[in-house]
Design a protein around this ligand. Structure first.
Ligand SMILES: C[S@@+](CC[C@H](N)C(=O)[O-])C[C@H]1O[C@@H](n2cnc3c(N)ncnc32)[C@H](O)[C@@H]1O
Length: 302
């Protein structure tokens, strides 16, 4: 599998407690043959924080650099819930995918903002229930691209594809995803913890509307989004610290429950509606001491 070896090669050497070498890592095209259409190296800038690598660090992964760890530590210092909330978000992903396959009959997923592969990726959960499920992953971070082969473990029966693309170009995503997905049939659009990386100026609600427009009746949207109306003072500090550290072209915008509900304005939202991720169809009664988390919902297009 490419992921571990690549992570090891990219990781800067560091003496315990010593300085961390930073820089730009060019990755040979050969690693991306069949995934990237064009020739040329893929570069990963390790000197600034990236959301995929910050999240990887928060989840206990090893594919991150000093700049990412610094940004994540700053977030945790402002809001200690960030780490358990990230884990609860992954658990929501697993429950939502199981619900969509088992209770809604979904056999196609378009998963945008995939992240660095972690335990229980969308296709693994879906195909463990329905092996014929088709999945297209989309992310714009070169480090996720570098791990794409770890995701591409589909079969002829249940193909899995990866698109290196930006959510802000929904038409390009839909065109390329149509090589794997049949858009005349229902698709679950999963966008977990990615829309906060689209600032208001780029109109995230219009982007989601455009993607949903292309989906057949019976399709679903599942998303999660960091709140600005739960522990707002702490979240504003998190946002500020992130935005001081994220690399070019990246910024974070936390949003309210009402803002999140507006992503579903054309859909039916079954129970429990827009809730925190640990409250969405939990496997067992949530512990009353569970820390506050992230907004989420699942909605159906009629
Ligand atoms: C916090 S991770 C979420 C991973 C996964 N969806 C989950 O919830 O476990 C956010 C991911 O969105 C990706 N992302 C951020 N902005 C994006 C954009 N404009 N287009 C596509 N992907 C983006 C990042 O590279 C990162 O991998």
């Amino acid at each position: 599998m490419l992921s571990r070896g690549l992570g090891a090669r990219l990781r800067p050497s560091r003496a315990p407690g010593g300085p961390v070498a930073r820089g730009v890592c060019p990755l040979p095209y050969e690693w991306f043959r069949g995934i990237l259409p064009e020739r040329g190296p893929v570069t990963i800038d390790t000197s600034v924080a990236h959301s995929a690598r910050i999240y990887d660090y928060l989840l206990g992964g090893k594919d991150n650099f000093a700049a990412d760890r610094d940004a994540a530590d700053q977030m945790v210092a402002a809001l200690p819930n960030v780490r358990p909330a990230s884990r609860m978000n992954r658990a929501f992903l697993a429950r939502a995918v199981r619900y969509l396959v088992t209770e809604c009959g979904i056999r196609q997923f378009l998963d945008i903002g995939t992240g660095i592969p972690s335990a229980g990726n969308t296709h693994e959960i879906a195909q463990s229930i329905a092996p014929q499920t088709r999945v297209v992953y989309v992310d714009n971070d070169p480090i996720v691209l570098a791990h794409a082969r770890a995701l591409l473990t589909g079969t002829a029966e249940g193909p899995v594809a990866y698109l290196h693309a930006d959510l802000r170009e929904p038409d390009a995503i839909l065109k390329d995803a149509a090589r794997t997905l049949d858009f005349s049939q229902p698709v679950a659009l999963t966008m977990l913890m990615v829309l906060h990386m689209i600032p208001d100026a780029d109109n995230p609600h219009a982007i989601v509307d455009r993607l949903l427009d292309a989906l057949a009746p019976g399709s679903y949207l599942a998303l999660s989004h960091p709140p600005n109306d739960i522990l707002p003072d702490h979240v504003m500090q998190v946002q500020q610290r992130m935005n001081e550290r994220l690399g070019p072209g990246q910024s974070m915008t936390a949003r309210s429950r009402d803002d999140v509900a507006r992503f579903f304005h054309t859909l039916d939202v079954p129970e429990p509606g827009v809730v925190q991720v640990h409250q969405w169809r939990p496997d067992r009664l949530p512990d009353p001491n569970t820390p506050a988390s992230i907004w989420c919902a699942v909605g159906r297009k009629n």
